[in-house]
Ligand binder design. Structure first.
Ligand SMILES: NC(=O)c1ccc[n+]([C@@H]2O[C@H](COP(=O)([O-])OP(=O)(O)OC[C@H]3O[C@@H](n4cnc5c(N)ncnc54)[C@H](O)[C@@H]3O)[C@@H](O)[C@H]2O)c1
Length: 366
């Protein structure tokens, strides 16, 4: 097995991020020492444990006490009510300040587990064992944790880096193809932001990657993780450069919300968001060849057709999005393949005009 061990230095220490085809199943000495003789609380969903609990077997044997904390599948896990239930269950099971928390699941489980770990007794160490591609390349890296309020997603949370991340690409074999495709869009995003070489790999290997081969995926997951680590190290608390990671997300989030999280997956909405960013960027000098390369690669993802949408509700959703800071609208725009900038001078009027043209061109304006 080829294994990639990456380091993320952050304000509270250092996190090793290991990526590999079989990285978890074949045992991990550091992780085994970390759980040895401890009470370990594993946060996961029933569906996932049914598929992959075998991967945790070696680790579970090292713990003094191995307690499963089951959470609902998907976004329903990320609530204060679920966090409170888990804190209660942990107290009843005798959790101490040096107990351990293991997040085993996609980004929803990881975001919740990091939040639960960060608040319980003012902070327990935890590890991320991400099981979706999106979580392996993005959500598990960088210490952002959160739960949702009914008013807004991810509105309550904290920066809390895991002690360790182990991303086993073999776990991705059971991922539904649409989830894999959605996660690969985040890889494409990372490539457009800062890694032209990764972009070329995607151009070359997209079909193999979409087929979910763990060996083909491992170096690509590692490269995307490396690209995210570099940005997070330079801006750990998202004050400036880390906002680059929002490429495609300002419109993407508005599309998801405008369609009530039903018609487009996150990665698909981000795909449409990237295409819009390319349109905006072209007006500001993005070379035509670069714009065309990005467009062609996004098109190879065969995004589902976007249902008809009105411009004004989208503009309102964009305004509400937290990426619109007190200082004004911020848009992440490519300046080349592998390089982006944060633009602060695009007015609401300009965005309204561009968005109208964009939706008209897609034939999805209502
Ligand atoms: N913290 C961050 O920096 C950050 C970054 C990006 C996204 N996020 C968050 O991540 C969440 C989305 O994460 P996600 O896309 O992983 O979604 P998810 O956690 O809901 O997982 C998607 C689905 O895949 C299933 N699944 C997970 N692993 C599987 C496997 N190996 N085989 C088969 N099925 C599997 C899950 O049960 C779920 O139904 C959002 O809540 C988002 O806000 C956080």
């Amino acid at each position: 097995m080829t294994r990639f061990d990456l380091q993320l230095r952050h304000p509270t220490g250092e996190t090793t991020i290991s990526v590999g085809d079989g990285a978890l199943g074949e045992g991990d000495a550091a992780l085994e020492t970390w759980v040895r003789q401890r009470r370990v609380f594993v946060i996961s969903s029933a569906a996932l444990l049914e598929l992959h609990s075998q991967s945790l077997l070696t680790l579970s044997r090292q713990a003094a006490y191995w307690h499963l904390l089951e959470v609902p599948d998907g976004e329903d896990a990320k609530s204060i009510a679920i966090a409170e239930r888990l804190w209660g269950e942990m107290l009843e099971a005798g959790a101490k300040r040096d107990s351990r928390i293991v997040a085993f699941g996609g980004g929803t489980v990881g975001d919740l587990a990091g939040f639960v770990a960060g608040c319980f007794m003012r902070g327990l160490e935890y590890v991320q064992l991400p099981t979706t591609l999106l979580a392996q390349v993005d959500a598990a890296i960088g210490g952002k944790t959160a739960v949702n309020l009914t008013q807004a997603k991810n509105s309550v949370g904290l920066f809390n880096h895991p002690w360790r991340v182990v991303a086993d690409t073999r776990l991705l074999k059971t991922l539904p193809p649409a989830e894999l495709r959605s996660g690969l869009m985040e890889v494409l995003k990372m490539a457009v932001i800062s890694d032209a070489e990764l972009f070329s790999v995607l151009e070359r290997d997209l079909e193999g990657l979409l087929a979910g081969d763990p060996g083909t995926l491992a170096p690509v997951v590692a490269a995307a993780a490396r690209a995210k680590i570099d940005i997070v190290e330079r801006d750990p608390t998202e004050r400036d450069e880390r906002m680059l990671l929002n490429l495609g997300h300002t419109l993407g989030h508005a599309l998801e919300a405008g369609l009530e999280y039903r018609s487009l997956r996150h990665g698909e909405a981000v795909g449409y968001g990237i295409l819009f960013a390319v349109q905006l960027a072209e007006r500001r000098g993005l070379p035509v060849e670069a714009a065309e390369r990005i467009r062609r690669l996004v098109e190879r993802f065969e995004l589902p057709r976007m249902p008809a949408l009105e411009v004004e509700p989208l503009i309102r959703l964009i305004s509400r999005d937290k990426k619109v800071s007190e200082g004004g609208w911020r848009w992440v725009l490519p300046v080349d393949v592998g390089a982006c900038e944060i633009s602060t001078d695009l007015t609401e009027t300009a965005i309204r005009r561009e968005l109208t043209a964009y939706l008209e061109q897609l034939g999805t304006i209502s």
